[in-house]
Design a protein around this ligand. Structure first.
Ligand code: SF4
Length: 361
């Protein structure tokens, strides 16, 4: 277990939600009861936590963070085992997006340095997929900066997904924005294994960061993905300025969609975006968020995604023992990730085998 000492030593210390816990025997027994109840419900009974239970555990005082992380790790092992799934990712069509997501340097609405590109060729995509496979990836995700796929994009995807699948044997995933029901069915028929569409944040905060489309459009896309038979990948981005309770809200909203994979992103403020001066999530808070996400979503592939290097720095392996069981190797969409070798070395040190987790579902 990681030893995390509380920063404050006052008799009464603030918690992350702005409430208070008394450093008395009463708190001690209450904290113990909360941790025991969570363990029993998730590990012994294999039941999901509700919003009130999740909030209660998120509000535990800082001196319980080590136990919280350990519990999240135990929950991950009980539901998913110790295998880690690796995914390669490529931005197949970058920039010039018509949406105005405040955190994204691919939006044409912000003065960003990202140069738009056309849809990459089959050969370029094959090269990236093959290289991911060499690093142990079982999944490869094609990401497009679009509101939703145009007919031209749909036809390209219907051509390239079977091609990559046949050439590499990898599961091919797609992230191309808002989908209609018939588009979801077509992508399923083309062989798309998992479709990514992030909720990003809670419904109550969403309007603060995106105005060109609604939270409901995102939520509905996740629903059509599920009903098409594709696996659903839907993630969150922490550190946008959301309140602690809105993080719990977002996790509960995600839980209602029963996703298969949940990428966890931390804001890496990009120059030229409205959030360029937003402070980073504190490393210990980031670990706590990973643990809370695992407790909210015990059965998912909880994948480290963007912002982990800048946020967690030397604590990245601590996330792997706080609930994470998926990695994206190599470069992210608009920022550079650390080298695949560093990640593979980390997994070896942790004695965590690499493999597909699709069979969990
Ligand atoms: S997050 Fe996606 S939809 Fe939003 S601006 Fe970026 S590429 Fe476009």
């Amino acid at each position: 277990m990681i030893n995390i000492s509380p920063k404050k030593h006052s008799h009464e210390r603030s918690n992350s939600c702005g409430g208070t816990h008394h450093a008395t025997g009463g708190c001690k027994s209450n904290c113990r009861a909360i941790l025991n109840h969570t363990r029993t419900k998730l590990i012994d009974k294999k039941e999901f936590l509700d919003k009130a239970e999740l909030r209660e555990i998120y509000e535990l005082p800082e001196n319980k963070t080590g136990e919280l992380l350990q519990l999240a790790h135990d929950v991950r092992l009980a539901w998913c085992g110790n295998t880690v799934e690796i995914e390669g990712i490529i931005s197949a069509k970058t920039g010039a997006c018509k949406e105005d997501c405040n955190f994204c340097s691919q939006s044409a609405k912000h003065p960003s340095a990202i140069l738009p590109t056309k849809f990459l060729s089959n050969e370029e995509l094959l090269e990236a997929a093959s290289s991911s496979k060499d690093f142990g990836a079982t999944e490869f995700c094609i990401v497009l900066a679009e509101t939703g796929p145009s007919e031209k994009t749909m036809q390209r995807l219907e051509e390239v997904v079977p091609f990559l699948k046949e050439q590499t044997g990898l599961n091919i995933n797609v992230s191309a924005g808002i989908l209609t029901e018939s588009q979801a069915v077509r992508l399923k028929q083309a062989g798309v294994h998992r479709y990514n569409h992030n909720l990003e944040t809670s419904k109550s905060f969403f309007g603060n960061v995106v105005t060109t489309h609604s939270y409901d459009q995102r939520y509905d896309t996740c629903k059509v993905v599920k009903s098409s038979g594709m696996q659903l990948c839907s993630g969150l981005l922490f550190g946008l300025g959301e309140l602690p309770l809105q993080r719990i809200e977002a996790l509960i909203e995600l839980q209602s969609l029963r996703p298969n994979e949940v990428p966890i992103n931390f804001l890496n403020p990009r120059p030229g975006t409205p959030l360029e001066k937003q402070p980073l999530v504190e490393p210990i808070e980031a670990l706590k968020l990973i643990a809370i996400a695992r407790l909210a979503l015990p059965n998912v592939i909880l994948r480290y995604a963007g912002g982990r290097e800048i946020t967690l720095k030397h604590l990245q392996s601590a996330g792997m023992t706080a609930g994470i069981n998926g990695l994206i190797v190599g470069n992210y969409l608009t920022t550079l990730g650390r080298s695949p070798k560093e990640d593979l070395d980390m997994l070896e040190e942790l004695n965590m085998p690499i493999g597909s987790l699709s069979s969990l579902f």
